[in-house]
Design a protein around this ligand. Structure first.
Ligand code: AMP
Length: 211
C-alpha cells in the first residue's frame, strides 16, 4: 500500500489536491481535519473535547489524533493520501510505528505544498466547504451555495477567518514545517500560487505511472 503525505500551511490546497489524487489515481483520502469535524458534528465525547481547540487554531492532542486516525486507517485497503497528518514529530513517529506494524505500507512521497501567506489569507476568507463530501470551493467562483459534486450545502468553516488563520499558520511554522527535515529526500515541493490547472499538471508529473 502506497502512502502519500501532504505537508502544507492552512489553505495551501491540501484538500483540493487530495480530492484530485483520490479521483484520478484512486487513493483513499484521509483528512484528520474532516475526521475531527465529523466528531464535532456528531457531538461525540471526542467532539465535545476538541471543538474549542479547533476554533482557536491550536492543534488537537496527539492521543486523540492517534485514536481517530487509526480507526480510519485500519479500514483502508487501497493506497492512501494523508491530508493533515502528521502535524507533529510525535505523529510522524506514530506513522512510522504503523508502518512497522502493517509492513505493507510504504511512505512513498511527501508533497510539500508551498504558498504565499497573503494568497493563503485571501483563500481562507473566500473558502467554502461541502458539508457532505468535503470538496473545497471559492466564493469568488461559486454561483449558489450548493456543491457541484454532490449537491449538498456549502458552508464556511468556523476557523476560516484571518485571526485564526494567523494562529494556525504560526503553529504550522513551529510544529509541522520542521517535519520536512524529518522526511528529507522523500520531500517534493510544489507551489500553489497559480491556477488549479498548473498545480494539477505538477501533481500529474509526480504521479505519472500511478494511474
Ligand atoms: P485542517 O482541516 O487540516 O485544516 O485541520 C483543521 C484543524 O483540525 C486544525 O487547525 C487542528 O486544530 C485540527 N487538526 C487536524 N489535523 C490535526 C493533526 N494531525 N494534529 C492536530 N490537530 C489537527
Amino acid at each position: 500500500m502506497k502512502c502519500i503525505i501532504l505537508i502544507a500551511a492552512p489553505a495551501a490546497g491540501k484538500g483540493t489536491i487530495s480530492k484530485y489524487i483520490e479521483d484520478k489515481y484512486n487513493y483513499k483520502h484521509i483528512s484528520t481535519g474532516d475526521l475531527l469535524r465529523n466528531e464535532i458534528k456528531k457531538n461525540t465525547e471526542i467532539g465535545k473535547k476538541i471543538k474549542s481547540i479547533i476554533s482557536s487554531g491550536s492543534l488537537v492532542g496527539d492521543d486523540v489524533i492517534k485514536e481517530v486516525f487509526e480507526k480510519e486507517f485500519k479500514k483502508s485497503k487501497s493506497n492512501i493520501i494523508l491530508d493533515g497528518i502528521p502535524r507533529t514529530l510525535a505523529q510522524a513517529k506514530m506513522l512510522d510505528e504503523l508502518d512497522k506494524e502493517y509492513d505493507n505500507i510504504e511512505i512513498d512521497k511527501v508533497i510539500h505544498i508551498d504558498i504565499d501567506k497573503e494568497i493563503a489569507i485571501d483563500r481562507i476568507e473566500n473558502r467554502l466547504i461541502c458539508e457532505n463530501c468535503g470538496s473545497v470551493f471559492s466564493k469568488k467562483v461559486i454561483k449558489d451555495s450548493k456543491c457541484t459534486k454532490c449537491g449538498d450545502n456549502l458552508v464556511s468553516r468556523e476557523d476560516d477567518n484571518k485571526e485564526t488563520f494567523l494562529d494556525r499558520y504560526n503553529t504550522f511554522l513551529k510544529e509541522t514545517k520542521p517535519l520536512l527535515k524529518y522526511y528529507g529526500d522523500k520531500v517534493i515541493t510544489i507551489y500553489n500560487n497559480s491556477t488549479l490547472e498548473d498545480i494539477y499538471k505538477n501533481v500529474d508529473e509526480l504521479l505519472e505511472g500511478d494511474e
